[in-house]
Design a protein. Sequence first.
Length: 252
Amino acid sequence: MRTVVELQDPVSGQIRRIKVGFSWTLLFFASWFGVPLLSRGLFGLGLAFVALCLIGMIAGHLELASITLSALALQLVGSIWLGVKGNEITAKHYLSKGWRLRDPTSHAAQVAIHKWHLHQLGQPQPIVIVRGSVLGKILLGLLLAMLGAGAFLIYAAISDDPLELEVTLNNVFIGDRTLVTVRNKGSKPITIKKVIVNDRTDCQVKIFQDVFFGTKFDTIKLDIGDAALLRSSCGVVRAKFETDQGSSTYSF
C-alpha cells in the first residue's frame, strides 16, 4: 500500500505530501536537466544534474566519447540513487527548513520516522532532528568532483583547438578522398609536425607533387595564407593535425 506523509509549513500553512518509498519520478526524470529536483527545492542536486546534462551534450558535440559515456553513466547511477533516496532527501530538506510533520501520530508519519531515521522530541509540535546521509554526501561529492573534472577536460579539449587552419578535401579527381588541402588562415606562421589520418598508423601522408608521386615530410611550415596539398594512402574521413601551436581534428 502506498504510504504518503504530510509535511506542513508552520508559517504559511502550506502542505506537501511526500511518498515514503521509491520515487519513480526521480528515477525517470531527474536526468532531464534536474527538473523534478529543482521543483522540490533541491537546487544543489538539481544544478548538478543540469551541469551533467550540459557536459554530456557538449562532449557529444565535440566527439569526446569517454566524457559523454561518463556523463551518461553518472546520470544513470545518480537517477537510481535518487529513486531510492530522493523522497527521504526531499523530506529532510523541508524539515531542515522548519517544516513539521502535520500529524506525527499517524501511521504514515511513524513509518517515515522509522524508515528515514527521524527522531521527534516534544509535543504537540515535534522537533525533527535531521541526520544527513553519509553515503549521500559522499556520492554528491563524487558527482561534483566528476562534474568539475568533466568541465576541465572539455575546456582542455576546446583550448586544444587553437588552430586557424582551413582543411578541405581536394576533388581534383572525382570520388578521390585521398587529397587534402591545408591553408594557414591565422595571424602567424605555423609548423605542421604530424598528420594522423582516420586514427590509423598505417595511413601514410605525403606532400603531393603529381598524380603518382609524393614526398614524405617531417614538418611543413606554412606562412600566413600559404597552403599545402597532402596525399594520404587511405581515403580521408578524419585527419588530426599536430602543430607547434597545438592540435586539432577535422572531419569530412
